[in-house]
Design a protein around this ligand. Structure first.
Ligand SMILES: [Zn+2]
Length: 428
C-alpha cells in the first residue's frame, strides 16, 4: 500500500484503488439513499394528509348540500257564498247568534286536514250595523268566518266580483273582521303598501306566496286613487305581484283566479291563456273559481322560457263550497287535497298527488234550522248502501248522479308517477 493507493491483484490482473476517492463515493451514495428515503417518507405523509383534508371537505360538503325533502298538504275549497236563506236559517233565536257549524260538521275533517287550507270568500263582512244581506250585494254575519276558521280554513282569497258589494268601507271592514277572526287574506287591500306586501306563509319549511285576482267587481266602480282595493286581472299587475313574491324568495306561488263563465262546466280560451301566462311567469298552482259549478283540473309539465322544466297544476273552478243556489250542479263542490314536495337535492317542486272529496250541499227544506248541510257524497252513499245512515232514497239518487257528474268533470285523482323501473339487458 503506497500512500492512500491500494493495489489489488484479481485473476492475475493488477488493480489500483484510490481509497480516499472510494470512501468519498460511498459517503455520497449513502447521503443520496438517505435523502431518497426521507423524501419518499415526506411525500407519503403529505399525500395522506391531503387525503384527510379531501375527505373532511367531502363530508362537510355532504352535510351542507343534501337537505331533506319538504312536504306540504295544500287543501282548497270553492266559493263560500251566503244567500239570505244561508244566514237566516243559521240564526239561533235562543242564543241570538248565528252558527254555521251545523252546515259544515260532516265535511270539516277534509277541510282541516291540510297543512294549509285556502278558500274563496265571495261575500263581505261589512258589519251588522249595515244590515246583513244576500244577493245581489252580500254582507254576511262574521260567524260565517268564525265557522270557516273553526273547520280549518287558514286563508281566503277576497278578490272576486262581490268584494265591492258594500263599497270601499266594506272591503276594509271585511279585512278587519278577517284579522279579528284570524284568517289570512289575499286579493283586496286597505292601502297600496298592503297590496305590495304579498301574503307569504311558511309551511313545513316551504315558503308559499298566495296571490289572488278577479275579472271584475260586478260593475261597482273602484274609487279613483284607491285602485289598491282590489287586484284585478290585469297583465301588468299580475306580473308585478309575481315579481314581488319572487323577491321574497318563495319556493312556491299559488294564485287564486276569479274568472270564467258562470255555470260553464269547462274552462274557456281566456282562462287557458291566463293559466299559461301565470305558469310561464312562475306560478306553480292555480285555484280557479267563480263558475258556481266545477270545472276541470289538470297537472302539466311545462318548459319555462329559460329552458327549465317544471310541474304545475290548475283547477279551473271548484264550484260553490256553500250557497243557496238551485241551478243544475251548483250544489256540487270538491274539497281538493294536494300533496306537494320540494326535493331537498334539487329544490324542484313536484305536485305528487291531487285527490278530492266530492261534496253536495243538501237543502233540508224551508223552516229547518241550518237548512243547508254539506254532505260527504261517497260516505253517505256507502252508509245508505249498507243500510246505515239516515238519507232518503231520493237524496241517495241525487248524490249518485251528482257524483257521476263531479267525477266526469274532474276526472281521476292525480297519482304520483313512479320512476320507471330500470331496463335490464340480461335475458333470464
Ligand atoms: Zn264570482
Amino acid at each position: 500500500m503506497k500512500g492512500s493507493i491500494l493495489e489489488m491483484k484479481i485473476n492475475g490482473k493488477k488493480y489500483k484503488i484510490n481509497v480516499k476517492k472510494m470512501i468519498t463515493s460511498i459517503m455520497i451514495l449513502i447521503a443520496i439513499i438517505c435523502l431518497a428515503i426521507f423524501g419518499a417518507t415526506k411525500l407519503v405523509t403529505k399525500n395522506s394528509e391531503q387525503n384527510e383534508e379531501t375527505s373532511v371537505a367531502t363530508s362537510s360538503k355532504i352535510e351542507t348540500t343534501v337537505k331533506e325533502d319538504k312536504h306540504v298538504n295544500l287543501v282548497a275549497i270553492g266559493d263560500v257564498m251566503c244567500h239570505n236563506t244561508n244566514y237566516q236559517t243559521a240564526y239561533n233565536s235562543s242564543t241570538k247568534t248565528y252558527d254555521f257549524m251545523p252546515a259544515f260538521k260532516n265535511i270539516a275533517q277534509y277541510v282541516g286536514k291540510g297543512d294549509i287550507t285556502i278558500g274563496n270568500l265571495e261575500t263581505t263582512f261589512a258589519g251588522a250595523d249595515r244590515g246583513y244581506s244576500g244577493y245581489p250585494t252580500f254582507n254576511s254575519p262574521e260567524a260565517l268566518g268564525e265557522a270557516l276558521k273553526e273547520i280549518g280554513v287558514d286563508i281566503v282569497s277576497t278578490a272576486n266580483n262581490h268584494c265591492m258589494d258594500k263599497g270601499a268601507k266594506g272591503v276594509v271592514a271585511t279585512l278587519d273582521n278577517l284579522d279579528k277572526i284570524g284568517i289570512s287574506h289575499t286579493g283586496t287591500y286597505r292601502s297600496k303598501e298592503e297590496q305590495d306586501t304579498v301574503l307569504v306563509k311558511e309551511v313545513n319549511g316551504l315558503k308559499i306566496a298566495f296571490l289572488s285576482f278577479t275579472y271584475g267587481t260586478n260593475g261597482i266602480p273602484i274609487p279613483n286613487g284607491q285602485e289598491y282595493l282590489v287586484n284585478l286581472i290585469d297583465e301588468s299587475l299580475i306580473l308585478e305581484q309575481i315579481e314581488l313574491a319572487k323577491k321574497q324568495n318563495v319556493d312556491l306561488i299559488c294564485a287564486s283566479m276569479h274568472w270564467g263563465i258562470e255555470y260553464a262546466q269547462k274552462q274557456n280560451k281566456e282562462q287557458e291563456k291566463l293559466a299559461d301566462l301565470l305558469f310561464q311567469n312562475g306560478v306553480d298552482i292555480i285555484i280557479g273559481n267563480h263558475a258556481h259549478v266545477i270545472e276541470p283540473m289538470e297537472k302539466r309539465n311545462i318548459t319555462l322560457p329559460d329552458g327549465t322544466e317544471k310541474e304545475v297544476f290548475v283547477v279551473y273552478a271548484l264550484g260553490n263550497f256553500i250557497s243557496a243556489q238551485t241551478k243544475q250542479h251548483t250544489r256540487d263542490t270538491a274539497i281538493l287535497d294536494m300533496k306537494i314536495t320540494q326535493s331537498g337535492a334539487t329544490g324542484k317542486i313536484s305536485i305528487d298527488e291531487v285527490d278530492y272529496t266530492p261534496v253536495y250541499c243538501y237543502d233540508k227544506g224551508k223552516g229547518v234550522y241550518n237548512r243547508y248541510e254539506l254532505v260527504d257524497i261517497r260516505t253517505s252513499m256507502k252508509e245508505y248502501e249498507e243500510g246505515k245512515g239516515n238519507i232518503s232514497a231520493s237524496l241517495y239518487n241525487t248524490l249518485k248522479s251528482e257524483l257521476a257528474d263531479i267525477e266526469k268533470v274532474l276526472g281521476d285523482p292525480i297519482k304520483k308517477t313512479e320512476a320507471k323501473p330500470q331496463e335490464t339487458s340480461e335475458e333470464v
